[in-house]
Design a protein around this ligand. Structure first.
Ligand SMILES: Nc1ncnc2c1ncn2[C@@H]1O[C@H](COP(=O)(O)OP(=O)(O)OP(=O)(O)O)[C@@H](O)[C@H]1O
Ligand SMILES: [Mg+2]
Length: 507
């Protein structure tokens, strides 16, 4: 460890360009060891890009970086590691090798090094060192387990353990809490505080959840359109409303004004729906036309499982899915689409988008028949036009409709997933945590589009563990606990507190 000696890191006048995108424009960023920094900004503002300069991935930056006053060149990930900089990326799944064990993932560097030198590998050592790295963070995971069997939260911890093992001076966490439950987030915060205060690591924390920044960070840097627009210590006077306005560069009302949409007859009805391995059981609910129905529940309550069972991605063993009184229980997602259901899934990179395809193709893939001409050729111009409209409505930050989705920022990829289903023509839309990783401004844009669907008489299911969102957009909500529905509430007569009470098993 580096003792309690203070280290400083200064980035000066950093700029970077990608084809058609100026992603960073003369950015300064400063940090010291032992402190926790918030880096925030709208989707596509340049946060991840700036941090990838530090981690050596964006090696073509211009400008200067100093560590302890000495100028350094960070032109490769290896150079960054040697300088004591570690990063846990936004895309957890991309950073790990799912088929390998926890130990192998944590010890990748050591293994690669030894294999490179054709040295003997002492597996007992690998496992016990990996276990130590986890214990140091106060985490208990079986190091022999393949990473593919871990929860998202556990994967996050594996990445953190692997970064912290390197005894780094500076650690970047890019949206670490997006997939985590409240308890998991609290655990992560404990670990982060310990690394900062006891091991003197300087930490950068990126998140779209403002309250947690106030909880854990001391300093905040706000980015907008490739630049730093504010850089200050967090004081009790600073409000989240101010932060959002700096971030968006305009006035912003945090309280969402919900439109009044007339509610019609029952559209979708679930009758005692049970998933074949009992992931959800006996779920009965109704969604009327024009109605937004919230499914509130903590991480792990069964919301995703419910959405997938309705959509035929999981098999049901009992009960039925009925549309306008007719049993349509789908046996597969393609049947569900044919029966006019749409699902916006939770894990965008795994199932939501084809990241190597351009944006226009992703956005139009769920409704291809709309873009065919008389002889059934896809008319690219129609696809591009539809994509252009969504880019505008959702404020997707991209140089053009032709951009490869992998090149978009995390939050903008999420907007593509949502947008893709908005152009499809369904009767009932199921949204599973659609705003994860999306900035507060874009969140309201997504709410508006969902309300437009409701206004067209569609039925909406909105599953979320962010109860403030359910309160903002739903008309009615069902609360899930342990795979079943425990309570139904009218949102105008309920509160976040009540949702929390029932979702933690209260009755
Ligand atoms: N490899 C790349 N090729 C082309 N464009 C890129 C690449 N990486 C980033 N960009 C662009 O640079 C801009 C900044 O992206 P960045 O990922 O830094 O945003 P962000 O602030 O992290 O947003 P989010 O909150 O959505 O994660 C975006 O317009 C993005 O599309
Ligand atoms: Mg990002």
């Amino acid at each position: 460890m580096d003792g309690q000696k203070k280290s400083t890191l200064n980035m000066r006048d950093i700029s970077i360009e990608f084809p058609g995108v100026k992603a960073l424009s003369n950015v300064d960023f400063n940090m010291e060891s032992g402190r926790i920094y918030a880096l925030i900004g709208a989707n596509g503002a340049g946060k991840s890009t700036l941090m990838k300069v530090l981690s050596g991935v964006n090696s073509h930056y211009t400008g200067q970086v100093f560590i302890d006053g000495q100028e350094v060149e960070i032109r490769s990930p290896k150079a960054a590691k040697e300088l004591g900089i570690e990063i846990v990326y936004q895309e957890v799944d991309v950073a790990l090798t799912p088929s390998l064990s926890v130990a192998e993932n944590i010890m990748t560097n050591v293994l690669v090094n030894k294999m490179g030198k054709k040295q003997f590998i002492n597996w007992n050592y690998i496992r016990s060192a990996a276990k130590d790295a986890l214990t140091r963070l106060g985490v208990d995971i079986d190091v022999r387990k393949p990473v593919s069997e871990l929860t998202l939260a556990e994967k996050q911890m594996v990445l953190l353990a692997s970064a912290a093992r390197e005894r780094c001076k500076f650690l970047v966490l890019d949206e670490p809490t997006a997939p985590l439950s409240n308890t998991e987030t609290e655990n992560l915060f404990k670990v982060v505080r310990r690394l900062a205060k006891e091991e003197n690591v300087g930490i950068v924390f990126i998140s779209h959840r403002l309250p947690e920044l106030f909880e854990i960070c001391e300093h905040i840097t706000i980015m907008r359109d490739a630049r730093v627009v504010q850089d200050m210590d967090i004081t009790p006077e600073l409000t989240s409303k101010q932060i959002v306005e700096y971030m968006l560069g305009r006035k912003f009302d945090e309280v969402y004004q919900k439109k009044n949409v007339p509610i019609g007859d029952a559209l979708l009805e679930l009758d005692a729906l049970t998933e074949e391995s009992d992931k959800i059981h006996g779920v009965s609910l109704t969604v009327r036309s024009g109605e937004i129905v919230g499914i509130a529940g903590l991480v792990g309550a069964g919301k995703t499982e419910l959405c997938k069972t309705i959509f035929g991605a999981y098999r049901s063993s009992k009960g039925s899915v009925n549309l306008r009184g007719k049993n349509i229980t789908p046996k597969s997602p393609s049947q569900a689409v044919a029966r006019r259901l749409a699902l916006v899934p939770e894990e965008r990179r795994k199932e939501g988008v084809i990241v190597v395809d351009p944006l226009y193709a992703n956005i139009t893939i769920s409704a291809l028949q709309k873009f065919l001409n008389k002889i059934h050729f896809i008319v690219k111009r129609r696809q591009v036009d539809a994509a252009g409209k969504l880019i505008k409505d959702l404020g997707i930050k991209t140089p053009s409709e032709n951009q490869i989705v992998a090149n978009l920022s995390g939050g903008n990829q999420q907007k593509v997933v949502v947008g893709k289903w908005l152009v499809s023509d369904a009767d009932v839309y199921i949204f599973d945590e659609p705003t994860k990783g999306v900035d507060v401004g874009a969140k309201q844009d997504i709410f508006k589009l969902i309300e437009d669907l409701a206004a067209q008489g569609k039925g909406i299911i909105y599953a979320s563990c962010e109860f403030s969102e359910i309160m903002a957009i739903a008309d009615r909500a069902y609360i899930m606990f342990d795979g079943g529905i425990v309570k139904e509430v009218k949102v105008s007569e309920s509160s976040e507190k009540e949702l929390l009470y029932y979702s933690t098993g209260g009755n």
